[in-house]
Design a protein around this ligand. Sequence first.
Ligand code: ADP
Ligand code: MG
Length: 249
Amino acid sequence: PAPAAVVLEATALARSFGGVAAVRDVSLAVRAGEVVAIIGPNGAGKSTCFAMLGGQLRPDRGEVRLLGRDITGAGPEAVFRAGVGHTFQVTASFASMTLRENVQLALLSHRGRLWRLTRALTRHDPRPAEALLDQVGLLDQADRAAAVLAYGDLKRLELALALANDPKLLLMDEPTAGMAPPERAALMAEVRALASRRGLAVLFTEHDLDTVFRVSDRILVLDRGAVIAAGTPNAIRADARVRAVYLGT
Ligand code: ADP
Ligand code: MG
């Protein structure tokens, strides 16, 4: 079969803060249905890469393309509308919002008439929402309040919220932070299944290497702002330079 479409293509990304080169030269591509991990020691430049790909941070050099379209430095709103979803770094579900955010939401919804939104909700067809909840394994809890969810299930809810925008690419910077290893593996296994089923491109980073090796199609290893190795989990496991720099063996 023909290879799946390239969803994300970043070329020669670079970004410095003051005199410090956080990212020197990063190129990567993610195809539809592919799950790609970026790993590397603390300070390697992973979050800086995610911020440039997500439009929050303008690169000094280089280019970001989504489905062939140049979105370099387009800003987070435009990048979101172009089909890039985020999860987990910024908590997105209503129950986890602060009081300020709750009131801000009311102000945003047509000058305080939040009741209109609530009424529209009760008349809205529940099936699309239920289909999304089913995809993240939460359908059996559909009638519970988000506030009472277990931490791992709250992450699943955030995943469903991200999917509601029908993203072509999901960026996940440490999505499982704060979760126990078995929960991490379970959540990422679900993301893996979603990617395959929906043809969703996924780029993520994660500290637990067992999880990374298990769910990734390809892995990029970053060290001091540059890609020092890229390949399949088996290739990365066997790479002498990766073992020296990252795994410490
Ligand atoms: P990682 O996510 O791999 O741990 P980061 O991308 O967060 O790495 O950081 C890479 C380097 O850039 C680090 O040296 C970090 O201190 C620096 N850095 C990141 N963001 C900023 C910023 N906003 N201002 C100054 N330095 C930053
Ligand atoms: Mg980081």
